[in-house]
Design a protein around this ligand. Structure first.
Ligand SMILES: NC(=O)c1ccc[n+]([C@@H]2O[C@H](COP(=O)([O-])OP(=O)(O)OC[C@H]3O[C@@H](n4cnc5c(N)ncnc54)[C@H](OP(=O)(O)O)[C@@H]3O)[C@@H](O)[C@H]2O)c1
Length: 169
């Protein structure tokens, strides 16, 4: 079965962002994101697509939007719902879902793998990662990164695999 992976950075209180921006700057998290997602196709919500912080796939970016008139550049395709987005990527071994909050909430039940950066701080925000039932997940990796010259907050790069198979997506 193909891997449906969610990749997100969130604070201890599950904040993903505010005013369509990230609320931290963590270069080592971007580097990890680039390493993990290299060469893969992405799915993201239209709001995240419009964020100045968003990083795009050089392969294919599927943008979830109910707006048929949405104009997208080359390398981007609109999908009117999540099943249509996954259909567009039916041949991919791995699909990376990049958020934001609305899209994570809908896709978490389909996910088989989570790449989560936990920023060890509480922030104010207006987009949140959904609550996770951790009894369904086992931790595969956790690497702690302390505060340093480039990073104002400590964070952990974590990976989780679903214990029971996710519904077919
Ligand atoms: N920290 C992180 O890892 C991370 C990652 C990504 C984003 N973010 C943050 O998350 C925030 C954005 O998240 P958000 O929840 O506001 O928005 P979002 O999930 O990025 O996008 C929501 C939009 O996606 C479309 N959409 C959602 N579900 C759909 C469905 N089932 N079918 C068709 N279209 C659908 C709709 O677009 P239309 O209105 O066009 O129909 C909807 O308005 C920002 O603050 C951003 O910085 C953080």
């Amino acid at each position: 079965m193909r891997k449906i992976a969610l990749i997100a950075a969130m604070s201890e209180n599950r904040v993903l962002g505010k005013d369509n921006k990230l609320v931290w700057e963590l270069p080592a998290d971007w580097e990890n994101f680039r390493r993990v997602t290299a060469g893969q196709a992405f799915v993201m919500g239209r709001v995240s697509y419009e964020s100045e912080d968003m990083l795009f796939s050089d392969r294919l970016n599927v943008i979830l939007s109910r707006r048929p008139q949405l104009e997208l550049p080359e390398g981007f395709e609109r999908a009117p719902d999540l099943p249509a987005a996954l259909d567009l990527l039916a041949d991919e071994e791995t699909v990376f879902i990049l958020g934001g909050g609305q899209v994570f909430a809908q896709s978490l039940p389909l996910a088989s793998y989570l790449y989560l950066t936990i920023v060890h701080h509480e922030f104010e925000g207006d987009a949140f990662f959904p609550p996770v039932d951790w009894s369904q997940w086992e931790m595969v990796r956790s690497v702690f990164h302390p505060v340093d010259d480039r990073h104002a907050y400590p964070f952990s790069l974590q990976e989780f695999s679903r214990i029971l198979p996710a519904p077919k997506g």
